[in-house]
Design a binder for this molecule. Structure first.
Ligand code: PLP
Length: 427
């Protein structure tokens, strides 16, 4: 039995099945866009730890900043003894997020925690209870995060009841979404049949749905939501946890829609591989909760704050927004060429910047999702040394979240593996 199999056995004995694994890889080390397992096998990483290492695994500047901080101290708890990197990062986030208005930022640790805090702040500011989210949305695995999530498997099944006063409307656009007008009509209907808009604190939306299938929010829809929120005093929260930090070709995906949200939730690539999340918002909104109402023991972990400042510098210095666009266009071109060149199973190719996906179907006319083929493709790609992820409410979307620091050579090698793997599994 090799080391990976032995570790897998121990994992199965010690860790519950609910802690899902998307591959059978046990990582030994990683560098930029490559991972080596405990057997020494090399993998090209098209997952980035689910959109966390946009600046690459082990980015030297990010690591150096975190190490320098670790040598000074790792933890004081910001509520007990403050530190400058928290302040500097808040200033930086206030500066780089959309809008020239006065903003404030708070730090926590995970994406779900950022979502929870954004909702707490929205409720505190508006004095209203209700929150609206979208079908297909993903906002985390806490009770409130699950409640806001619009995807049952694997996130919600068996875990109810969820908090009350959470509502969902259909998500528009793209391959499977409804028309924008239908979604707006459903929102209007919700206001008439379920919850008066004067009781709604916030509407939360991903500028590109991540787990839901890489579905970009149509800019016209985002603009319509902005208007509706303004009309009713509802806060617009953009969940940029997966889309942020250059992934979509702009620092934040909301910028594509030319809309200024009231609050944004950030995490994942914020700190280039360290656990850190943030809520950024209008100063008067962020200041609504009373002193002590926000925070946590580990909130704003000092090495993660230092890493985040370095990661943002890398994104700016290395022009990773431009690079994301180039990478994304290249992947879309490859996928579209495959779709046109005999791969009938590719029903749709879509994305924004370097957040690119192909949807696999049994037949193009009916758009019948092919989750089995998707699973087989991911397995074959792994065998051939490529880490790929799926997503989508039907489990049939292949998504690419390669580090934005990937070289052309490694990117093309990964795309070649993907194509060969798909060829193999369709037989
Ligand atoms: C849009 C979005 N919101 C929230 C989350 C939850 O983040 P975390 O897993 O760090 O709690 C995710 C994670 O994938 C996400 O993509």
């Amino acid at each position: 039995m090799n080391l990976s199999s032995a570790l897998k056995d121990r994992r199965n004995q010690a860790i519950p099945q609910g802690v899902g694994n998307l591959s059978s890889i046990f990582a030994q080390r990683a560098e930029n866009s490559e991972i080596w397992d405990v057997e020494g096998k090399r993998y090209i990483d098209f997952a980035s730890g689910i959109a966390v290492v946009n600046t690459g695994h082990g980015n030297p500047k990010v690591l150096a900043a975190a190490k320098e901080q670790m040598d000074r101290f790792t933890h004081t708890c910001f509520h007990v003894a403050m530190y400058d990197s928290y302040v500097e990062l808040a200033e930086k986030l206030n500066e780089i997020t959309p809008g020239d208005h006065k903003k404030k930022s708070m730090l926590v640790t995970t994406g779900a925690e950022a979502v929870e805090n954004a909702i707490k702040i929205a409720r505190s500011y508006t004095g209203r209870p209700a929150v609206i989210a979208f079908n297909g949305a993903f906002h985390g695995r806490t009770l409130l995060g699950m409640g806001l999530t619009g995807k049952v498997m694997p996130y919600k099944k068996g875990f109810a009841p969820f908090p009350s006063e959470l509502y969902h409307v259909p998500f528009p656009g793209g391959y499977r979404g409804c028309e924008i007008d239908e979604s707006l009509a459903a929102l209007d209907d919700l206001f008439r049949s379920e919850v008066d808009p004067s009781r709604v604190a916030a509407l939360i939306i991903e500028p590109v749905q991540g787990e839901g299938g890489f579905n970009p929010t149509p800019p016209a829809f985002m603009q319509a939501l902005r208007k509706i929120c303004d009309e009713h005093g509802i806060l617009l929260i953009c969940d940029e946890i997966q889309t942020g930090f250059a992934r979509t070709g702009k620092m934040f995906a909301t910028e594509h829609a030319d809309v200024i949200p009231d609050m944004m939730t950030l995490a994942k690539s914020l700190a280039g591989g360290f656990p850190l999340s943030a809520v950024v918002g209008r100063a008067e909104i962020m200041d609504a909760p009373h002193p002590g109402g926000l925070g946590g023991t580990y909130a704003g972990f000092p090495p993660a704050c230092a890493a985040a400042l370095a990661a943002i510098e890398v994104i700016e210095e290395e022009k990773l927004c431009d690079r994301a666009q180039v990478i994304g266009d290249h992947i879309q071109d490859r996928f579209k060429a495959m779709a046109a060149d005999g791969f009938e199973c590719i029903g749709d190719v879509r994305g924004l910047g370097a957040m690119v996906a192909m949807e696999l179907v049994k037949d193009r006319d009916q758009k019948t999702p092919d989750a089995d083929l998707t699973k087989a493709l991911l397995g074959e790609a792994e065998k051939r040394g490529l880490i790929l992820l799926s997503c989508g409410t039907h489990g049939n979307v292949v998504r690419v979240l390669v580090p934005l620091t990937v070289s052309d050579e490694v990117l093309n090698e990964g795309l070649d593996i993907l194509e060969q793997a798909l060829k193999t599994v369709i037989g």
